[in-house]
Ligand binder design. Structure first.
Ligand code: BTN
Length: 264
């Protein structure tokens, strides 16, 4: 192993950060889902610093019970756990936003085409999904929580199954190969920095940073039964929609479906 992961390179990038913690990485040729595997390991006593990366997933999971296309060796599939302490009601809904920013910035360091964010943390290039993040709570006790954050980045896949054609795309590797190990290490560094920041009260900073990397607002979308035009993010990171009746709704969760590429 592996074409997709080089442990020494990963450690080298991680160690370049002043507050890097030690991380134990489990590497699979194939696994059902890196997030399911990590959850099982945590239940069996693995330390919180454990990460799981795989060349292929046989049952990669997306948000809202969807599956995640996991072509062998072409892309990046990994999961990490995060420990959070503080006011969980405020902090936990912000983790997906923090993860989205952390991933865009890790991709930016590779010097490739920059995706934009769609709430809460889809990464899109020209409106097509390039990466997805699945955040799952595994421990929730008092003021402490452990989350598993699973990341899938389409890096090299050139063809997708029929149901994804036209809606999924990859980061182009035409100019230079993407250093998957560095991308993963930078994601770990970035998300830990954001968790520290929001735990210390930096929510406004998070919301502003998310908006700066987002697709333009003013798009007509559907979220579950709600339909409206995106206006921005509220102070607590929720998506603000303006319905046809002019009323504003703050969206807590769900899949945001675009109803038009642009309303302008
Ligand atoms: C989404 O629906 O946008 C989230 C997709 C998350 C996919 C990643 S791939 C690595 C990790 N393991 C999984 O089973 N899912 C996440």
């Amino acid at each position: 192993m592996t074409d997709c992961f080089d442990f020494e390179r990963f450690q080298e990038v991680l160690a370049s950060h002043p507050r890097s913690a030690s991380v134990n990485v489990v590497v699979h040729n194939t696994v059902d889902s890196t997030s399911s595997d990590l959850k099982r390991r945590l239940e069996n006593g693995a330390p919180i610093g454990t990460m799981v990366v795989a060349r292929h997933q046989s049952a990669g999971r997306g948000r809202s019970g969807r599956s995640w296309f996991s072509d062998t060796d072409k892309n990046l599939y990994f999961s990490m756990s995060l420990f959070i302490r503080g006011e969980l009601e405020t902090l936990v809904p912000l983790v997906p936003l923090a993860a989205g920013i952390a991933l865009i910035d890790a991709i930016a360091e590779q010097g490739c085409v920059l995706p934009r964010l769609k709430w809460p943390n889809d990464l899109l290039i020209d409106g097509r999904k390039t990466a997805g993040i699945l955040c799952e709570m595994v421990v929730n006790k008092g003021d402490q929580a452990v989350l598993v954050v699973g990341v899938g980045v389409n890096i090299g896949s050139q063809t997708f199954p029929e149901e994804l054609s036209g809606i999924a795309t990859s980061i182009s590797e035409l100019d230079k190969p993407v250093d998957r190990s560095a991308l993963m290490a930078n994601f770990v560094i970035n998300i830990k920095d954001w968790i520290k920041n929001i735990t210390a009260g930096g929510v406004a900073d998070l919301v502003a940073s998310w908006c700066a990397r987002a697709e333009p607002f003013g798009r007509r979308v559907r979220v579950g039964d709600l339909e409206g035009v995106t206006e921005g993010l509220a102070e607590d990171g929720r998506l603000v929609l303006r319905g046809d009746d002019g009323k504003r709704v703050h969206v807590v969760g769900g899949i945001v479906e675009s109803l038009s590429s642009s309303d302008f």
